[in-house]
Design a protein around this ligand. Structure first.
Ligand code: C2E
Ligand code: CA
Ligand code: CA
Ligand code: CA
Length: 276
């Protein structure tokens, strides 16, 4: 409450009001962004550690806001989740990413991030189906990245949807491994094909603190011991790469190999066919 100076109080918090205003503006702008084509996908390769070849690419959402410039997904995805806008945005991401992958050599996978709200929408399986059919790529080329927090809630419904997709041949990856609360039984219940070790652990493999180093190593060892494909996220140095190779990690992804790049740059990198 703020004194008006005449003994009355306005129950009005300028800061809170400002924040709510900013939120409403962001929501309005996001709705607009989808219809006016302000969203774009960038793609970051993940690389097989043995052969050094690119195994596939992860689609990462970018928003070119007309006034604010490039807005990071960390800034707008939480609100897109809350408002449910992530459902139509996520459908656009799936369709665009699969269509893009259709131009690449057929051995390359396309990884797409999924939000919790997309699982709750009931439309997930038909939407994935639709994106595959429209692009013509095989289901085996699509990898869906989900986090533990996304699947912990309402895990029966999520389990059913993931199971159906998995049966179609779509691959399922557990994103940000090590940051949630997965128990071994939980990890075994879901049909994961791949585990992505969170960047924070990769970063601490060479920490000055021994504790941090030991924990990071243990997380990598645990992920590898589960017997699935393992991808280390956020690899930035040769030293990190050497440890991951020593631990028999399958793949790496990070600035050391490549930053996320726009579709034209990626097409050139992977030798895409010119499709008109
Ligand atoms: P994520 O799925 O964990 O994606 C990895 C993030 O780490 C990306 O940030 C990527 O640009 C960044 N990164 C990759 N390599 C390195 C590295 O070597 N060093 C550092 N410091 N960072 C690296 P980005 O693109 O800002 O995306 C942030 C998050 O936003 C993603 O985290 C994901 O959770 C979410 N996101 C992005 N695109 C989508 C989408 O289409 N749908 C949904 N639901 N979420 C998305
Ligand atoms: Ca991801
Ligand atoms: Ca991740
Ligand atoms: Ca993350």
């Amino acid at each position: 409450a703020k004194s008006s100076g005449r003994g009355t109080f306005h129950f009005f918090e300028p800061e809170l009001d400002q924040r709510m205003h900013a939120r409403r503006n962001l929501e309005r702008d996001m709705r607009h962004a989808l219809v006016s084509g302000e969203f774009e996908l960038h793609y970051q390769p993940f690389v097989d550690l043995k052969s050094g070849d690119i195994s596939g690419l992860e689609a990462l959402l970018r928003w070119h806001h007309p006034q604010r410039g490039l807005v990071s997904p960390a800034e707008f995805i939480p609100l897109a989740e809350e408002t449910g806008l992530i459902v139509p945005i996520g459908e656009w991401v799936l369709r665009t990413a699969c269509a893009e992958a259709a131009k690449w050599p057929a051995d390359l996978k396309i990884a797409v991030n999924l939000s919790p709200a997309q699982f709750r929408s009931k439309e997930l399986v038909p939407v994935v189906f639709g994106a595959l059919a429209a692009s013509g790529i095989g289901a085996q080329r699509l990898e869906l990245e989900v986090t533990e927090t996304a699947i912990m809630h309402d895990s029966e419904a999520v389990f059913a949807a993931l199971g159906q997709l998995h049966k179609l041949g779509v691959r399922i990856a557990l994103d940000d491994f090590g940051t949630g609360y997965s128990s071994l039984s939980f990890l075994q219940k879901f049909p994961f094909d791949k585990i992505k070790i969170d960047r924070s652990f990769v970063n601490e493999l060479l920490s000055a603190k021994e504790d941090s180093r030991l924990i990071a190593r243990a997380v990598v060892k645990f992920a590898v011991s589960l017997g699935k494909t393992t991808t280390a996220e956020g690899v930035e140095t040769k030293e990190q790469l050497d440890i991951l190779r020593e631990e028999a990690c399958t793949e790496m992804q990070g600035y050391y190999f490549s930053r996320p790049k726009c579709s034209a740059e990626i097409a050139q990198m992977v030798g895409a066919e010119a499709v008109s």
